[in-house]
Design a protein around this ligand. Structure first.
Ligand code: GAL
Length: 958
């Protein structure tokens, strides 16, 4: 007599993949077989446990009229029923596999549907009911018949339903449990979001139609030929009109073809005709192989400039619509991204169609992660427990069979962060056997026993360089394999820093075949009060805060500065030169494409103003080739000043992913140096009734504090060394290296005190001596402000001398002051976007305009942001400020302290002043929120420093 009374839901805790579903097969849509989308509004009832309700709702006569409604595809927790939970790797339930909590939110879904009038009758074949994704476990009834149940949330499941269908009044009932044995295999770092979140479709299967077929389309780069063979379980013919191919299934044809690559995604329309139906195919010929220790496609080594993509939409979660998927692909292509790892599960199938069409290399990853077992030293890990192996193999098969006909898929990945074990070996063996045409990836296989590529995440630059040089040792098999960073450059908040430094390594060492930035999009959830919600905002008892917002695009898909930086760093054309010899060196960094799709232009700028521009003839260089291209003579009569060339590579004609003139790559070449501003100290300080005047400046005579410049009242510039710590400053708790954010706070750099030591007005200067230091510490910064003027302009020179034992870098070093008002901002320097010492590749020197509001970068969790680098001068709020040397500019309507205290953007409200930071330097950004901190060359050491600013009243710039 079993003790447990819950037999009706035993399947929930069953380690098997399920019962009743059809075997996995290729995903395709036939051109003539009927199909019916069952997406739409379904009836919905939520219960707190798996067994709260019996299955009477599956019966035709059941009246669900009183139930709520949900949108399918969708997650009920995003539609007002319960709430989402975010954990990185912790299971939000006790780890006792395969048992799950009694509190198991269970959503009963019910849809009544009619068949279209022309739906074929039973004599014309069968029908299948397809679920493209249900989290995490579903049991399905059609017209009262129990079809079975399944797990494997981001994988398709089909049921044969032909003999159950009726013309009208079909009742489809689906019971979905949030937690199941499958949840142990789905511990990816993301929101837990139950529901029927991908399409539900009824497909007619005409008699004589193929169940499954496998398109083998390889490319022989030596001969320029493609070989096509389509294996199918039923006989048929395959025709490719453009290639004159007309062969039987199982037969082979070899003809000259244009190959498929992510750069030139040539697809051929084809048809597989069986007795039962015509299946349109899009065939891309390409061969992936490991040779010379490299992943080669069509005979050439590829460099992955990739991103990790979770499926995300701020309102709909992982229920993505076709436009959103297309937007992702277009955004990636427009930002020079050439590869996607589908972290950490096979994506909606339509996404792969888009990757085939627009051209992206794909690492297709299986829906598998058991990361939470790390908490107990991986004890009980399902991937090392034979009872789970059928479920693992089922997942591998559902991915491979569904996606095998996509040319974009060049690597299979077993999953993510699942430790090691026999189950993974079994998956790898099965995949190698079923599809020997693609390498197998799994980062957790550090010795590469089961895998074909050495893959790591977040390795620092020095280690990556060692690996690139082959100095990393390790097992013999691994030493022969190519290397990728399946995750690097953690794009959480401000950052990632250090991208350019990685890219230089990738380009220098053949073995390094690139990487995939973690990750594509912030998973913020649109929230009426908070803007975007993150972990903890729904009252979760366990959560990982904003670690879920670590993407290159914001939740609304606006590119973050990180994406703009990445675009520049991975641009496929290098523009270089020193300006002295009048030539520019152009290098084609594509792996496959020549430069014929690009048009080049030059422009000659003096002090940021374009004097003249024109077209630059550049030969259609082959991949890897360079040419020195002559620039025109500098325009005669160009004004004197700081001159530079800007060379741009743009699309010469409309491409499927961007219009003509879309900027692909650029570079700037300096011609003449900047002249720094000189202010002769000719004006005298004049004291009158507690007020001291020096040129346009008015000061408090007692404290030496500046109170106005011209007519503009200001709050005095003071040394500022604090920045609202970034996620990368704070670092992840598990980081073993020094995390400066917490250290800075411990030192008290966020609460520096300013002691006035002396004010001296002499012949030609006002000098104010101070010491800036935190309470409780002996270290400090001796800071001297020296003001001079030529009558019209006011020059401030700040000298900083560290005192005491400064073992830590400073967050920033500069001055901050307040303006009563400012809106428009104009500057000459780096722009248009945010940049920091190790995120500054995309900052182009020019004249830029913005508003104070638009200078802010909307990181989901507020933090230091918005700096512009290399600023020569800025005009705002009735002032013009020039730097000697160039400076970093930050302008905001709140102080750094307010920014620091905010948890969401909605916590930031404009104060009565606009705060301007003029920084001599800032500390680098790095990516220590999961990866390495800033490289040493980007540290801002506490050292003696001197820097100046020249202030001039400039009415009309508010
Ligand atoms: C990796 C993991 C990702 C994500 C990332 C941090 O370890 O594979 O899923 O958690 O770290 O954001």
């Amino acid at each position: 007599m079993p003790f447990r009374p819950y037999s009706v839901t035993d399947y929930v805790e069953d380690v098997s993949p399920g019962h009743g579903a059809l075997p996995p097969r290729a995903r395709y849509s036939s051109s003539d077989a009927a199909s019916l989308s069952l997406n739409g509004t379904w009836r919905f009832r939520l219960s707190g446990t798996a067994d709260a309700e019996d299955d009477s709702f599956a019966a035709a006569e059941y009246d669900a009229g009183g139930w709520a409604e949900v949108r399918v595809p969708g997650h009920w927790v995003l539609q007002g029923h319960g709430s989402p939970i975010y954990t990185n790797h912790l299971y939000p339930f006790p780890v006792d596999p395969p048992r799950v909590p009694t509190e198991n939110p269970t959503g009963d879904h019910r849809l009544v549907f009619d068949l279209p009038r022309d739906w074929p009758g039973p004599s014309d074949g069968g029908a299948v009911l397809r679920f493209d994704g249900v989290e995490s476990c579903a049991r399905v009834w059609l017209n009262g018949t129990d079809l079975g149940e399944f797990k494997g949330s981001r994988l398709p499941h089909e049921f044969a339903v032909g003999d159950l269908l009726r013309a009208t009044g079909n009742v489809l009932a689906v019971r979905v449990h949030q937690w199941s044995a499958g949840s142990y295999l789905e511990d990816q770092d993301q929101w837990w979001l139950p529901g029927i979140f991908r399409d539900v479709t009824l497909l007619h299967r005409p008699a004589g139609s193929a169940l499954d077929f496998f398109v083998h389309a390889s490319y022989d780069h030596r001969r320029g030929t493609g070989t096509l063979r389509v294996d199918s379980d039923v006989d048929g013919r395959v025709t490719v009109p453009d290639l004159g191919i007309d062969i039987g299934t199982g037969d082979e044809a070899t003809v000259p073809v244009e190959p498929w690559s992510a750069e030139i995604p040539r697809l051929y329309d084809a048809v597989l005709a069986t007795e039962g139906e015509r299946v349109p195919l899009r065939i891309g010929f390409r061969t992936v192989e490991l040779s010379d220790g490299l992943i080669k496609v069509n005979g050439r080594a590829v460099l992955f400039k990739g991103v990790n993509r979770h499926e995300w939409h701020p309102e709909r979660g992982r229920a993505l619509d076709p436009q959103t998927m297309r937007e992702d692909v277009l955004l990636m292509k427009r930002h020079n991204v050439n590869a996607v790892r589908t972290s950490h599960y096979p994506p909606h199938p339509a996404f792969l169609d888009l990757c085939d069409e627009y051209g992206l290399w794909v690492i297709d990853e299986c829906d598998l992660e058991t990361h939470g077992f790390t908490e107990q030293g991986w004890r009980g890990n399902p991937v090392d427990d034979d009872r789970w192996t059928p479920a693992l193999l089922d997942r591998a098969a559902r991915m491979v069979e569904r996606d095998k006909n996509h040319p974009c898929v060049v690597v299979w990945s077993l999953g993510n962060e699942a430790g090691t074990g026999r189950g993974l070996t079994a998956m790898a063996d099965w995949i190698h056997h079923r599809d020997p045409s693609r390498p197998v990836h799994y980062e957790g296989d550090v010795d590469c026993r089961d895998t074909d590529v050495y893959s790591r995440m977040y390795a620092g630059h020095a280690e990556v360089e060692r690996i690139g040089r082959g100095l990393d040792g390790g097992p013999a098999r691994r030493r022969e394999l190519p290397f990728i960073l399946c995750e690097y450059a953690h794009a959480m908040g401000n950052g990632p820093g250090g991208l350019a430094d990685y890219q230089r390594l990738f380009e220098r060492h053949d073995r390094l075949q690139g990487g995939f930035v973690w990750e594509w999009i912030d998973h913020g959830i649109a929230h009426p009060e908070l803007g975007y919600a993150y972990g903890g905002d729904f009252g979760e008892e366990l959560h990982d805060g904003n670690f879920v917002c670590d993407g290159l695009v914001f939740p609304d898909r606006r590119p973050s500065p990180g994406l703009v930086e990445y675009k520049k760093v991975i641009e496929p054309v290098a523009v270089a030169g020193d300006g002295a010899d009048g030539t520019v060196r152009i290098t084609n960094k594509y792996d496959f494409a020549d430069l014929s799709a690009l048009a080049f232009t030059w422009s000659y700028q003096v002090d940021g103003e374009t004097v003249e521009s024109g077209g630059l003839p550049v030969p259609a260089l082959a991949p890897g080739e360079s040419a020195d291209v002559k620039l025109p003579q500098p325009p005669p009569g160009a004004p004197a000043g700081e001159a530079l060339w800007t060379v741009r590579a743009v699309l010469a004609a409309d491409a499927p992913w961007a219009p003509r003139d879309h900027l692909v790559a650029w570079g700037q070449i300096r011609v003449t140096e900047r002249r720094v501003p000189y202010v002769a100290a000719t004006a005298r300080p004049v004291r009158d009734d507690g007020v001291l005047t020096l040129g346009p400046g008015t000061f408090d005579a007692r404290t030496g504090a500046l109170t106005a410049i011209g007519g503009v009242a200001v709050s005095a510039p003071r040394l500022d060394v604090w920045r609202a710590t970034t996620d990368n400053d704070d670092g992840a708790a598990w980081q073993s290296d020094v995390r400066y954010g917490p250290l800075w706070r411990k030192l008290g750099l966020h609460r520096m005190r300013h002691r006035l030591d002396g004010v001296l007005a002499d012949e030609d200067a006002l000098t104010v001596r101070t010491r800036v230091a935190p309470a409780a510490r002996e270290l400090g910064l001796a800071t001297v402000y020296r003001w001079t003027s030529d009558g019209g302009r006011l020059r401030l020179t700040v000298s900083v001398g560290p005192e005491g034992d400064w073992q830590v870098p400073l967050p920033r070093l500069g001055v901050r002051f307040g303006l009563p008002a400012a809106d428009r901002v104009r500057w000459f320097g780096g722009g248009p976007g945010e940049a920091y010492p190790d995120t500054r590749s995309a900052a182009a020197i020019g004249r830029w305009r913005s508003t104070v509001d638009d200078l802010q970068t909307p990181y989901v969790r507020p933090q230091e942001n918005g700096a512009r680098v290399d600023v020569r001068w800025v005009e705002l709020g009735g002032l013009r400020i020039e730097g000697d040397p160039e400076f970093l500019l930050t302008v905001r309507r709140w102080t750094g302290e307010h920014l620091d205290a905010a948890a969401h953007r909605t916590d930031l409200t404009p104060g009565d002043q606009v705060w301007v930071n003029l920084d001599h330097a800032q500390h680098g950004i790095g990516s220590q929120s999961c990866g390495p901190g800033p490289l040493p060359q980007y540290h801002l050491h506490a050292e003696p420093a001197e820097f100046s600013f020249v202030f001039t009243p400039a009415p009309g710039t508010v």
